[in-house]
Design a protein around this ligand. Sequence first.
Ligand code: ADP
Length: 574
Amino acid sequence: MKKRSSYWLLSPYLRLQRRHISWGFFWVLIYSAFWPVLATLAGQVSRYLGTDLMMLIQISLWGALAYILQGIAQYGQNTSMAKVAVSIGFDLRQRVYAHLLRLGPAYFAETPIGDLSYRLTGDIDRVSITINNMLHQFLPSVLQLIVVLGNLVYLNWRLTIAVFLIAPLIAVLVGWFGEQVQNQSRRSQNQIADLSSAVTEDFSGIRLIQAFAAEEFTLSRFMNKAEANRQAKYQTERWLAIQHPVLSVIQVSGILLVLVLAGWQVTTGNLSMPGLISYFTSIAMLIDPISRVTSNYSELKQCEASVDRIFELLAVPPTILEKPNAQTLPAITGHIQYQDVSFGYVPDQPVLKHFNLDVKPGEMIALVGTSGAGKSTIASLLMRFYDIQAGSISIDNIDIRDVTLPSLRRQIGTVPQDTVLFSATVAENIAFGQPDFDIAAVEAAAKIANAHQFISQLSQGYHTWVGERGTNFSGGQRQRIAIARAVFLNPRILVLDEATSALDSESEALVQEALERIMLDRTVFIIAHRLATVRKANRILVVENGQVIESGSHSELLKLTNGRYASFHAQQFR
Ligand code: ADP
């Protein structure tokens, strides 16, 4: 069975634009009605040519007026249809973006970001442009064809039969070429997306590329992709190049055939001279719409690939779903319970096995252990970035799966190892996610985070623009902005994931001091390699293979004979 065209997916978006589409149609009808009028006037011109100058002038004036009115209708039609097209592009972008924001980190880990960004920009633009062309060229052209053909039948049906014989031949050829062009276009569009993800990836790793002197290698890898892209595009262009001449030859042969038949009709007295002129003016009026319909058809075929790629994104199911009756998590005290939790990123490869933990409000828990043991996983499960496969996680005795995601996540602050800063001002980065904020509150947060001093020394203070990904700040400064961000949120629960591991000792001292200030009165998970940072924890958990193998305060764990913590400690402070 033939697959239903992807364009059906656009129908809800078109329906939203009913009003503008109706106006567009209205103008198209007015516009098309002028074609037979103009053809008739052309016929009349030939009647008075050389005999009656006044009539000729009068007809010309009527012709000019008809042309002006048609132009006005065309303006109305084009603007209404353009409005429809750009609004659909806008609606699609919003829908897709909102949908992507709901997908979990797992999706973004395995999807090239360049590809996503191309779909949101290039593909949606293409759909919008195509809709515009369809509405303001294709539809009027089809109507023009109908009106003009009607006029042709009226003027001389015998000649018109000849025209009708040629039309299906053109349609079949158009269909076949369109199919070929579509296949090529799909291939080349995938390659364009491939190229744009390569660019994103290479430029975000530019330091690494230069440090390894891998420019030649990277360039040649890029050139291979670019070459595949070049070939695919060239193939598409070749098909387009064949399409036009072939169709022109068919059209011209058709016109010549009609010309011969028309001559015969005049000879037999079935057609007058003005009738002949009207007839050929009308035939000339067919050429433009036929070629537009042809190119619109292949454009429509090419664009189908973009429609597919956009709706593919909307079809990705969010993995973390709120229950239909999810409650808002009330203000919490910060009592966290992991009960018999089992979880794996990949089914059958458990990362946590029957993990149990009870954290009292205000308690500071340190997670230590070798890399890959599952420490970050424990923390990210609390924010429900992934759903566990067995057991339960609750905050203040409420299962985190029973509450809305924003109400859960807004009560948990995180300071990750790699701080992400956005292109915005320093203040906006600190008050991240809050459209209206009090600058005094931002400053207060920055003071607690030991960030106020360096921010005030910036040329524009809190209004300094943070360049893409914050490269104009040092690691320690970025980290303190991240801490200010967490302070600003004022969460009951705080997760510090290796927050100081990438810093030199001076920045570490500043960050450490800030952290100690914000940890007061909060439930804290601190994940750290450096044991100096975890000494003050109420409880230290040594995690290995997703299970807690030792638990206790710093001094308790040191006392254990053959203890894992004691041996880490001995290694670090030897
Ligand atoms: P730690 O924080 O102790 O270094 P993690 O919790 O990051 O450890 O990782 C625990 C295990 O889960 C590791 O084996 C790691 O490879 C795996 N893992 C972590 N994140 C992912 C992910 N997004 N997808 C698949 N596996 C992951």
